[in-house]
Design a protein around this ligand. Structure first.
Ligand code: GLU
Length: 271
């Protein structure tokens, strides 16, 4: 049997809801089918939005649902140094550049001033202003040479493995470290997938484009490429995605209302 190590990687920005339960079910089911393992990872690098009490709640809610995972749980905020080393490495190799504006700043400024040059405002370096790091796709293309145009990743589509070429139109320079955080999503998640030995990634369709940029990062860093699959997102009766703001479907509210995990699996149509 092929080695199968997957992960569930929630961000503790609120309480878990039905959408998370559905996603977790997909992850643990896939591991069970393959005789594999699920690791738990808390993606709490956004220290402005994540709260330790939500992490605690996540562990409680997942245990209530009946899921099990080996210890220790990987808590990303305890590994900022690890991500910072990768950012420094990419920067030293000329693959990342400093960026003094956030995407929203750029949009506002862009609307007012017209497009800004890519490597904008390097003069601010001397002013000691806080900055973010962005990975440069032009530099990545140069560094990888011929291999860049042949990058691909594998998607498991219901048992059929499909080799998917990385698409240029899905690639944009992306933030790898923020002004207020030494890492950003793609870098921390991709590095952790490598460090945790993840062979298979199962996550929602909202992240269907993530493998394109994550594959470039893996190629630049010499990291392994996991197999990806994406599950559909569950929607409410109006066809809208559930969000953390919908308290009615928060798992702890459903539990308090007397629902059992089995009721919930039936409601989600998986049991
Ligand atoms: N932390 C992300 C989320 O809660 C998941 C990231 C991933 O699976 O790569 O949506």
């Amino acid at each position: 049997m092929t080695e199968f190590v997957t992960r569930f990687a929630p961000s503790p920005t609120g309480r878990l809801h039905l959408g998370h339960a559905y996603s977790a079910w997909q992850v643990w089911q896939a591991a069970e089918r393959a005789g594999g393992l699920v690791l738990l990872r808390i993606e709490d690098i956004d220290t402005t939005r994540c709260r330790p009490e939500f992490t605690q709640n996540i562990l409680e809610d997942l245990a209530w649902l009946g899921f099990e995972w080996p210890e220790p749980v990987r808590i990303q905020s305890q590994h900022f140094d690890t991500y910072a080393e990768t950012v420094a490495d990419l920067a030293e190799r000329g693959l990342a550049y400093r960026c003094f504006r956030s995407r929203s700043d750029l949009q506002v400024a862009g609307a007012r001033l017209g497009p800004l040059p890519k490597h904008e405002e390097t003069r601010n370096l001397d002013a000691g202003l806080p900055f973010a790091w962005r990975l440069s796709m032009d530099a990545a293309r140069q560094a990888l040479g011929e291999a860049f145009s042949q990058l691909s990743f594998t998607v498991d589509n219901g048992g059929h493995e499909i080799v998917t070429p990385v698409r240029e139109d899905k690639l944009d320079d992306f933030i790898i470290a923020r002004k207020d955080s030494p890492s950003a999503y793609h870098l921390a998640a991709t590095q952790d997938d490598q460090l945790q030995g993840i062979t298979h990634i199962i996550r929602g369709e909202d992240l269907i484009d993530a493998p394109h940029v994550q594959t470039v990062l893996q190629a630049l860093m010499g990291w392994r490429r996991p197999v990806y699959s994406h599950h559909k997102l569950i929607v409410d009766h109006e066809g809208k995605r559930f969000s953390k703001r919908d308290r009615s479907i928060a798992l702890h509210e459903l539990r308090a209302a007397g629902l059992t995990p089995d009721d919930l699996w039936k409601r989600l149509g998986v049991a």
